[in-house]
Design a binder for this molecule. Sequence first.
Ligand code: HEC
Length: 292
Amino acid sequence: MLRNMSIRKRLLVILALVYVLSMIGTIGGGYYLLNQDALREAKEKIQLFATVMSANQEFMSYNVRPDLMDLLPDTYFPSASVGIVMMSETAKIIREDYPEYNFKIASPNPLNKENLSDAFENTIIAGFDKGNYEEWEGVVTKVGKRYYANATQIVARKSCIWCHDTPETANPEMVEEYGRDSGYGYELGDIVGGRFIYVPMAEADKITMEKLAGFGGGISLLFFLAMLIIDRIIVATVVKPIENIVDVAGDISRGKMTREFEIIGNDEIKLLAEAFNRMKVSLAKAMDILHK
Ligand code: HEC
C-alpha cells in the first residue's frame, strides 16, 4: 500500500501510524500507572480509616468496658460496651464530613436491618466462610460508582454469644430495640459477618481522566506540529527539487537543451542534479557527433 503513495503521503501515513501507536501506548500505560497511584492512595486511606476504627474499639475494650462492667454490672449500655455499635456510630459522624466514605459491619443475619449485607458483601462473607481468605481487598462498583473496599471477617467469640444467642437469653432492652427476627443463633467460631470499609474512587478516577486527557492533548499537539514541520521540510527539500528535475528532464527530452538542472542544497538530490547535468553534457556531445 505504502509503495503506491507519493513520498509526502507515505511519510504522513507513517507519522500518523506512529501517532496512533504513541497514543495507545501513552493512554494505556498512563492509565495503568495513574490507576496504580489511585489504588495506592485508596489503600492508604482505608488503612488509616481501619486503624482509627480499631483504635476506637480497642480503647473501649480496655479502658471503658471493664470499668462500665464494674460500676454498672446490670446496665445495658451498648454504646460503651459493644464495639460494633460504637464503630457504626463513629462512622456515621465521620461520614458527615466524608459522605462518600462508607463503613459497615455487614451480616446476612443482623440485629439491625441497616447492617444487612448486600449481594457483594454476601459473596465476600461466603469466601470468609469457605476459608478462602480472612481479609479481602479490591475494587468494587456499587450503583455505578467505583470504590476501593477492604473487608475483614468477624468471628463469634465466647463474649458475643450472650447477646446474639436467642432473644430469650439476650438483654430484654436490646430485644425490644432490635426485635426477635434476626441477629441471633451465633455459635462459637461462626463467621457472622464482615467489617467493610469503602473508599470512593470517583475523585481519583476524575483526576486520572483529566491527566490522560492532558497527556493525550499534549501528544496530539506535538504530533500535529511535527507533522506540519516535517511536511514543509519534505516538500521544500525533496518534493519540489524532484518535481523540478522531472520538469527540466521533460524539457530536455523535448529538445530544450538550454535548460539546466538546478543545484540546490548539499544532499543526494544535489548529486542527482549534478549527475543529470553531466549526462546532459554527454548527451549534447553525442547529438553533435550524430549531427556531423
Ligand atoms: C451487649 C450485647 C452485644 C454483645 C456482647 C455483642 N454484640 Fe454484636 N451487636 C449488638 C447490637 C446491639 C448490635 C446492633 C448494632 C447496630 O445497631 O448497628 C450488634 C451488631 C452486630 C453485628 C452487625 C450485624 C447486626 O447484627 O446488626 C455483628 C456482625 C455483631 N454484632 C457481631 C458481634 C460479635 C462478633 C460479638 C463478639 C465479639 C458481638 N457482636 C458482641 C449487641 C452485642
